[in-house]
Design a protein around this ligand. Structure first.
Ligand code: NAD
Length: 351
């Protein structure tokens, strides 16, 4: 067995349908007296109803979370936390909401309790992406790791089928890259393979019937595993998605979904063991084609062109992606990355 380093990330996980009923007890457990809730504008009414269950411990709702955490929004939310005299942050939503809670934790040190309602996996990491001046950057700090995570599949029943499918593929992307990341290790590889299996099994059922509680639970379990995998390392795929998402302000999960089969194809010959595990978890003959076929089955967008990326911008995207590349199994070349982006732009099935 090869040498490796494994880091575990301490978090308390409360999992199960109806588990959000334990929210007040879990806030109390953190020793917090005043919880600031965070949501996107669209989720504010639901989150306000949930917050009402906290009684005196409710310090207010900041409902302006948007994707990629613009630095101005982070500063505004920190002000709201200070003015509300909050000593804890409860984030209810997807990666955008969780990212904003992390931004508050970074400068105040206050604990974050996360209630994820998508499959982004952000609740399990101590990294956070933010945008400043049109560029997305990542910061890492243990203070940002949520102390408690409540996974309640009931809260995901209203997540639209298309958002669920794309978000699930975002989670699969975390698992995929953990299998061939520089810091890959046998423990995380177990979680990665199981995460892909759970998501690939549950997402088609969710798209058929978004209210299927059994599948919602399995997908959330897969997302939890995916979040733990994300801490292990990322490679070319995530770099491309960060570049595209931050510079062209693209929807995060959909971008991941479109790029993933092509990034996996790029790494095919350099990471054969990872490819075998991905294919096995998907129940497919090979990894890249299996991911592409799963996405087709889920009815996802398959082309970067459909997200509004002009074909003429691909050279620029390739250049930015090469500026500070993440470690990757296959050598990263401008020509190779450009060809990958062109395939993703046209939505060609990886050959
Ligand atoms: P998101 O948080 O933007 O959510 C997508 C949409 O779904 C939003 O409009 C939201 O209001 C809505 N939504 C969420 N839950 C819902 C529900 N239950 N019912 C109905 N609508 C619901 O999208 P996302 O893909 O979860 O997160 C993307 C962001 O997360 C990006 O900014 C990305 O950079 C970040 N991210 C960070 C990490 C990390 O570890 N730091 C990991 C993954 C993603």
């Amino acid at each position: 067995m090869k040498s490796f380093t494994y880091v575990s990330f301490p978090a308390r996980v409360v999992f199960g349908a109806g588990s959000v009923a334990r929210l007040e007890k879990e806030v109390e457990r953190l020793g917090a007296k005043r919880a600031l809730f965070i949501s996107t504008p669209g989720r504010a009414a639901d989150v306000r109803r949930l917050a009402a269950t906290l009684g005196d411990r409710y310090a207010g709702l900041y409902d302006q979370a948007v994707r990629h955490v613009p630095i101005e929004v982070a500063e505004d939310a920190r002000r709201a936390a200070k003015e509300g005299n909050a000593d804890c942050c409860v984030v209810v939503g997807g990666g955008s909401t969780i990212g904003l809670g992390k931004a508050i934790a970074l400068t105040t040190g206050m604990p974050v309790l996360a209630v994820p309602t998508t499959y982004s996996g952000s609740e399990m990491t101590w990294t956070q992406g933010f945008t400043e001046g049109g560029r997305k950057r990542t910061q890492v700090d243990p203070k940002m790791l949520p102390k408690t995570v409540i996974y309640d599949p009931e809260l995901t029943l209203g997540l639209p089928a298309a958002t669920s499918a794309a978000s699930g593929m975002n989670a699969i992307a975390h698992c995929v890259e953990a299998l061939y990341a520089k810091e890959a290790n046998p423990v995380v590889s177990l979680m990665a393979e199981e995460g892909i299996r759970a998501l690939a099994a549950s997402l088609p059922a969710i798209v058929r019937d978004p209210k299927n509680m059994e599948s919602r639970g399995e997908a959330l379990y897969g997302a939890w595993l995916a979040g733990m995998c994300l801490n292990t390392g990322i490679a070319l795929h995530h770099k491309l998605c960060h570049t595209l998402g931050g510079t062209w302000n693209l929807p995060h999960a959909e971008t991941h979904s479109i790029v993933l089969p092509h990034a996996v194809r790029y790494n095919r010959d350099a990471a054969p063991e990872a490819m075998a595990r991905i294919a096995r978890a998907l129940g497919a003959e090979e990894a890249a084609g299996g991911l592409y076929d799963l996405e087709m089955k889920l009815g996802l967008k398959m082309k970067l062109a459909e997200l509004g990326v002009p074909a003429g911008d691909l050279e620029r995207a390739a250049r930015i992606a090469l500026e500070a590349p993440y470690p990757n199994p296959a050598p990263i070349t401008y020509e190779g990355v450009l060809a990958l982006l062109r395939d993703a732009h046209a939505g060609r099935r990886p050959g």
